[in-house]
Design a protein. Structure first.
Length: 408
RNA sequence: GGGGGAAUACCUAAGCGGCCAAAAGGGCCAGACUGUAAAUCUGGUGGCUUAUGCCUUCACAGGUUCGAAUCCUGUUUCCCCCA
């Protein structure tokens, strides 16, 4: 049992890959050494608020790190913040969360979330806790006691609170409790390591204080950088619409990968794959498109079969890289009564097919040169052009929207 | 409880009586160029059976005006400060 852990240096190499910051730096080695000496797995905490999450690659960064800890023999501890979800994480937010979730919603989200997490983490070996288990039992006196350990000045060292305070924007009292609650979770589950983004530093350090006050061993913060989204600038997030979800079909993922800005590839390789970094650098020194294909197939294989990833890649090469028509052209029914002697004005055709939401939009599309018909994509030149419509006609509204007409 | 400020299209944000369907960025859409990358350039970004035309928009409801996003009244929401 004692020897079941890999050597400390080896563990460190795995753990620190793609990690922006470990605080305190040197304690991690000590903890690992101690763990190995005594044959005791480290308790690795990762908390998330079940606020209705469609898990995307950004979330998988810490999740993958948990997985790596598991593979090194450590204990994953996942905290479902069903109580903290009622507060809303103020991190990085300029405004308080506008709407509170109900308990039912939270529980539903939690289950949904855990199912998705299972694609990355080995759930059969992970502990799962809901922080309502302990917060729900606290009395108001307990809460006061907890609050008595934290000062407002400490809270204001958080950049987000400090900024809001400076800018005279609202900071709600319950938001102030958020980091305290998160920190308390670490006390409850006796965390040795906590994973998360760098924006969580404050809460992580607070957890150390609370642990020390309770006479517990203090946790180490292992913080990942924030994964940028498809735009290559802002963090990957659902609300920004710049994400790749892990439940998406392989081909959808492929398309999104290939649209990534080149500059983010190194980060993606580092955070989302196990490929050795010298190998990555070799790839990036070559043709960048090939590197991107390698990246995409690697990641897609993690959520679909390797065959599916390759197939998605080939399909992309054929349909988008090459000249082949898309293989997923949807059929759209067109009422025959709309036609006059087999023709229909271009504007009306586009709206009738649902490719444009209004005649004005269709008109603009045509004037912009984006409306085309047929496999050869011959352009429609004027908005009042009469298009002769036959069954099976291909209609294009730009390169990404298209359909095949079914006269019915 | 008192005082101050704000609400404009997807977002930020101009406009403060006619020239406003409403400046400017951003975003987004389309086109060119490409590796459906980035960068760049161009056009577009309320609706209308096809329009130097009409209709609906500037928190909501009224009002003043020949004419209002712009002025007045009330309502709602939000923010800040003092207590």
């Amino acid at each position: 049992m004692t020897s079941s852990f890999p050597p400390v240096e080896e563990q460190l190499r795995v753990i620190t890959r793609g990690i922006e910051k470990v605080v305190p730096q040197d304690e991690l080695r000590k903890k690992l050494q101690h763990s190995r000496d005594t044959g005791t797995p480290l308790r690795v905490k990762y908390g998330i608020d079940p606020t209705g999450i469609d898990v995307h690659l950004g979330h998988t960064v810490p999740l993958r790190k948990i997985r790596q800890f598991q593979e090194l023999g450590h204990q994953a501890v996942i905290i479902i913040g069903n109580y903290t979800a009622l507060v809303g994480d103020p991190s990085g937010r300029d405004e308080a969360r506008s709407r509170r979730l109900t308990a039912d919603e939270v529980e539903h989200n939690a289950r949904d979330y855990l199912a998705q997490v299972g694609k990355v983490v080995d759930m059969s070996r992970a502990e799962v806790h809901r922080n309502g288990d302990w917060f729900g039992r606290m009395s108001f006196a307990d809460v006061l006691g907890l609050c008595g350990r934290v000062t407002v000045a400490q809270l204001l060292t958080r950049e987000d609170f400090a900024r809001r305070y400076r800018e005279e924007r609202a900071i709600f009292l319950h938001e102030c409790l958020y980091p305290v609650m998160q920190a308390w979770d670490s006390v409850e589950i006796r965390a040795d390591v906590e994973l998360g983004g760098t924006e969580q530093l404050y809460s992580f350090m607070l957890a150390r204080d609370l642990q020390a006050q309770q006479g517990l061993s203090q946790q180490i913060a292992v913080m990942s950088p924030i994964l940028v989204g498809l735009d290559g600038v802002r963090r990957m997030g659902k609300s920004l619409g710049n994400y790749i979800g892990i439940s998406e079909p392989a081909y959808e993922m492929m398309k999104k990968f290939m649209q990534l800005p080149d500059g983010v590839m190194r980060m993606y390789f580092e955070l989302l794959t196990e490929l050795p970094m010298d190998e990555v650098d070799r790839l990036l020194a070559g043709h960048l498109k090939e590197a991107k294909v390698a990246l995409a197939t690697n990641v897609i294989s993690q959520y679909h079969s390797a065959e599916a990833a390759v197939a998605a890649c080939q399909r992309w090469q054929a349909e988008i890289g090459g000249e082949a028509l898309p293989s997923d052209i949807p059929d759209v029914a067109l009422d025959a009564s709309l036609l006059t002697s087999g023709t229909l004005s271009a504007v009306r055709l586009l709206t009738a097919l649902g490719l444009c939401t209004s005649n004005s939009e269709a008109r603009r599309l045509i004037e912009g040169g984006g409306a085309r018909t047929g496999p050869e994509k011959s352009p429609i030149t004027t908005h009042d052009q009469q298009v002769s419509v036959s069954d099976g006609l291909l209609v294009w509204a730009g390169r990404k929207k298209y359909c095949r007409v079914r006269i019915g």
